[in-house]
Ligand binder design. Structure first.
Ligand code: UD1
Ligand code: MG
Length: 414
């Protein structure tokens, strides 16, 4: 396999001059940041579940608890597997250089790439095995659940292919629409979207039946969610961090809907979304132990596509895709702001990242149009770790805003 770094268009470095660039020392998990991050994100969800567990249907409660335990298992499996797989990917020359450390000793270390493959693999095994505990063979959910898993699996494959082949940007944008096909073909649920209350008077309808167009809408949502995570990236811990914040918001939303409803079908749809999101959180927290600043592994497009697709599927099958889009507010802002470069109206370099000053260790925003650079221009120069934390706090605030909006406009959608 050719040198991935060269295909990624990196400038000449020690390696190109015949000098061996040092490989990263074997990744070892660092738990502190992960534990703080995990507890901040999951506290409300776990508290909500613990408080209402007694009022919930026993079967539903058991399923959620089993899925939770399996997700804890996923966390430890990822921690165990990442160093093993990192060795193998390095052997095949799949590594990247940390661009935000360019010019410092850390910037010339070969960091193993595409470790999202471990997260994806563990996630798929856990969600497949989960069926043993929670579905009878004739369960109506089985078809959609497995179609969802097929779509996620297809996305992991295409993400890994992209990491290996470095597919051109325009083709890359479309990959998720192929991965979404298994779900679109199997989907037999409703095809309506609920009109928010303030708009009903103007449109003179409560729900809009999109018919076949609903499947187009689902496909577009998958394309958006996957690419949205992938282009808000390039800062240590940001890809995994944003996934964890959004997933935690999804979990809280699902739990709130389950405890506030007595309709079994409605509860089941949200529980279904929980069965996909809990293992995503568990496996991603494992990856964060290695990917938090300073990253000892990179997650690759395998992870960004996998995470985006899983969240899209969780929103579609939980029937809350409109709310899901609200959780993606920073990604929407980043996407809209990026449009001139994505469509090449403005020149778009291979990497749209800030510039690093080795002397001070600070990042300065470049002219490239994305949220990462915008934050640096607005809030001033800072370290990579601070930048990631600022962006994640913004992500958390947006989720909070979304809940507030739903609370203030109680019954906005109902
Ligand atoms: C997308 C972005 C690109 C950004 C890149 C970073 C668009 C159109 N594309 O491209 O601007 O630079 O993601 O992931 O917005 N890397 C780091 N630090 C990190 C993570 C990644 O330096 O914390 C670098 C590494 O060299 C790694 C490479 O980014 O090898 C991965 O880039 P890749 O995911 O292939 O880029 P794209 O998804 O194509
Ligand atoms: Mg990427």
């Amino acid at each position: 396999m050719a040198d991935v770094r060269r295909r990624r268009g990196f400038p000449a470095s020690a390696n190109d001059k015949g000098l061996a660039a040092p490989a990263a020392s074997p990744p070892t998990p660092r738990y502190t940041a992960t534990l703080i991050f995990g507890s901040v994100c999951l506290a409300a969800y776990i508290a909500l579940f613990a408080r209402h567990a007694r009022d919930l249907d026993a079967e539903l409660c058991r399923s959620i608890a089993i899925s939770f335990c399996m997700s804890v298992g996923a966390f430890f499996a990822v921690i165990r597997l990442v160093p093993v797989v990192a060795r193998y990917v390095l052997k095949r020359n799949m590594f990247g250089y940390d661009i935000n450390k360019k010019g410092s000793p850390a910037g010339s270390i070969q960091v193993p790439e595409s470790l999202g493959i471990v997260t994806g693999f563990v996630f798929v095994v856990v969600t497949i095995l989960f069926q043993i505990f929670c579905f009878s063979p004739d369960s109506a959910w089985l078809l959609e659940y497995n179609a969802a898993l097929t779509s996620i699996l297809f996305m992991i494959l295409l993400g890994f292919v992209d990491d290996v082949l470095d597919i051109p940007w325009r083709v890359k944008l479309l990959l998720p629409s192929f991965a979404a096909l298994p779900l679109l073909m199997a989907y037999a649920g409703h095809t309506t979207i609920v009109i928010p209350k303030p708009l009903r008077a103007y449109l003179e309808m409560e729900v809009l039946d999109l018919g076949v167009l609903y499947k187009v809408y689902m496909g577009l949502l998958a394309v958006f969610c996957t690419n949205a995570v992938n282009i808000l990236a390039g800062v240590n811990g940001l890809e995994v961090g944003q996934t964890l914040v959004i997933s935690s918001a999804i979990l809280i939303h699902n739990m709130m809907q389950i405890v506030s409803s007595s309709d079994a079908d409605y509860q089941q749809a949200h529980a279904f979304s929980i069965y996909l999101t809990q293992p995503l959180v568990g496996a991603s927290l494992g990856l964060l132990c290695y990917n938090w600043y300073p990253s000892s592994v990179f997650v690759g497009d395998t992870y960004t596509y996998f995470a985006g697709m899983t969240m899209a599927v969780a929103g579609i099958l939980g029937h809350f895709s409109e709310t899901l889009l609200l959780f993606f507010l920073p990604q929407i802002i980043n996407f809209v702001y990026s449009i001139p470069q994505l469509f090449k109206w403005v020149p778009c370099p291979r990497h749209r990242l800030p510039s690093f000053e080795p002397k001070t260790g600070l990042l300065t925003g470049s002219k490239d149009m994305n949220l990462v650079n915008l934050f640096l221009r607005w809030f001033g120069r800072c370290t990579e770790r601070q930048l990631c934390i600022r962006l994640l706090i913004f992500q958390g605030l947006c989720s909070g805003f979304c809940f507030l909006l739903r609370f203030l406009m109680a019954g906005w959608y109902k």
